[in-house]
Ligand binder design. Structure first.
Ligand code: SF4
Length: 103
């Protein structure tokens, strides 16, 4: 095997490792942008959540994210919201765009 071929393979391997690392960093950035259920109090005061008057704890137990058409279940204590681009919401949270689930 020539040294040029070895160098080409090495370059390819390093480029592949770099691409995987960049993908992982992008995933971390996306997670940081959408937040987690541990961040709900902090996130409520930011961006779209603020515009939608997002509240981590709904004042009306009959009108919560869990009963909203935009809610997507995750774990027992944390799901996501379609309107918030998949951002974390608690089943017991709410915002002004609440819309009752059909059925
Ligand atoms: S749109 Fe629905 S699921 Fe999303 S934050 Fe508002 S009440 Fe919760």
């Amino acid at each position: 095997m020539t040294s040029t071929r070895v160098a080409t393979r090495r370059t390819f391997l390093f480029a592949s490792i770099g691409a995987v690392a960049a993908g992982a960093a992008a995933s971390q950035a996306a997670l940081a942008a959408t937040g987690t259920c541990a961040d709900l109090d902090k996130l409520a005061a930011t961006g779209l959540r603020r515009s939608l008057n997002f509240r981590p704890v709904a004042p009306d137990p009959n009108r919560t994210c869990k009963g909203c058409t935009f809610f997507r279940a995750g774990t027992e204590t944390c799901g996501s919201c379609v309107l918030l681009s998949g951002g974390a919401v608690s089943p017991g949270s709410v915002c002004d765009s609440w819309a009752a689930k059909a059925g």
